[in-house]
Design a protein around this ligand. Structure first.
Ligand code: BGC
Length: 386
């Protein structure tokens, strides 16, 4: 049975406080569901800049977003009984995000995922990027878009509500050419879908690969392992990597490997197989080449189901790939929003994107953006409970 999300919305909003099941409701910030986005001070950076947390809700989904990194700090959805939980890993203090978050909830750019040896050549010029992951550049360098303060304002279009985030990345920032003007809309639809629309323009040729790095646990953050979640990915191929997680350039078949999620299976079923690719990633940390390829409109390619709560998340995207990361490097050194320590496999990411290292891989779909062009990317998360 699929629960009518509007009904759940009314029941769930009241039920949260009474049942005490949702740890993410910080004192004084509980909002009536729906209405205009609201903001509250979340913290102050060491240079004095203030960081706000915005709250927006619609159709049974409640989202909290920080102006720092565009971080999805909390995402609350109901289970099959209408009980809400925050299903995204994160912190309740700005200091924790600043001092060493593994990209919890953040907007990733200018180039999500890895660029080999922190270098690429475009129009005959070689650009050097900060190397921050072994020999490679990861997620836009050591001060990527996840560590920038974004301008945030309410978004409203038709029946949708949400937030518009803007950031201007200077020419040369983190080694990338061109002034990049980025707009990210976090949109909630009346039925509670969470849509992310990315747009960017540049004044010099550059490379762009934006994504969001939310770690999900559909049983609720801080409740333990995600290995029982069932995952389906409509991808017949993936991009195998070397030991530093750079694609070899091959598009390998998933058939008869631990990477075959085409029919849906528990994340943990094959995660301990001694397949060389699983060993490289200490689990799943791989880009799946979606069968649909890049599309103008988002197409549904992923379904995740958590068996106990009954929560289901579908993902539709315009992107050709998705990095499925099974939280392998969470190592019990961070305590999250609800105070519980995150261990390996306590959250998973599904980062819709172009393929890793595309600027150095001519056979992969291009990530080059030129003046006069507009980068566009859309990913929709929709939720159900059954
Ligand atoms: C990468 C992982 C990395 C994680 C967080 C993911 O997108 O693929 O290798 O550990 O981000 O840092």
């Amino acid at each position: 049975m699929t629960i009518n999300r509007r009904t759940v919305l009314a029941a769930g909003a009241a039920g949260v406080a009474a049942a005490g099941t949702a740890p993410a409701f910080a004192a004084g910030s509980a909002e009536p569901v729906g209405g205009r986005p609201t903001k509250a001070l979340f913290g102050t950076l060491s240079d004095g800049r203030r960081v706000h947390r915005w709250t927006v809700a619609a159709g049974g989904t409640r989202l909290r977003v920080l102006s720092y990194g565009g971080i999805v700090q909390s995402l609350e959805i109901p289970d099959r009984h209408g009980r809400y939980a925050n299903v995204s890993l994160g912190f309740d203090r700005l200091e924790d995000y600043v001092s060493g978050s593994p990209y919890f909830g953040a907007i990733i750019g200018r180039y999500g995922n890895r660029i080999a040896r922190g270098a690429f050549t475009l129009d005959g010029i070689t650009y050097r990027l900060p190397v921050n992951d072994g020999p490679n550049s990861l997620h836009g360098g050591d001060k990527g878009f996840d560590k920038r303060v974004w301008d945030v304002e309410p978004y409203a279009q038709g029946p949708d509500t949400g937030l518009t985030l803007r950031y201007v990345s200077a020419d040369g920032e983190m080694g990338y050419p061109g002034t990049l003007r980025i707009r990210v809309d976090y949109v909630l639809t009346p039925r509670g879908d969470f849509r992310i629309d990315y747009k960017a323009t540049t004044d010099r040729a550059t490379v762009v690969n934006l994504t969001n790095h939310t770690y999900f646990n559909l049983a609720g953050e801080g409740t333990g392992s995600i290995l029982d979640h069932t995952l389906r990915i409509a991808a017949s191929r993936y991009t195998p990597v070397d030991s530093t997680l750079i694609p070899t350039g091959e598009l390998a078949r998933v058939a008869r490997t631990p990477f075959d999620f085409r029919n849906g299976k528990p994340i943990g079923r094959d995660i301990r197989e001694a397949h060389p690719q699983v060993l490289f990633g200490s689990g799943y940390d791989h880009n799946f080449a979606l069968d649909k390829g890049p599309t103008e409109a988002p197409r549904r390619v992923i379904t995740v189901t958590e068996p106990v709560s009954g929560r289901v998340m579908h993902i539709a995207t315009t992107e050709p790939g998705v990095q499925f990361y099974s939280g392998n490097f969470l190592d019990a050194t961070l305590a999250g929003t609800s105070g519980k320590v995150y261990r390996q496999g306590d959250g998973f990411c599904l980062e819709t994107q172009h393929f890793p290292d595309s600027p150095n891989q001519p056979s992969f779909p291009s990530t080059v953006l030129r003046p006069g062009q507009t980068y566009r990317s859309t990913t929709v998360h929709s939720f159900a409970a059954r």
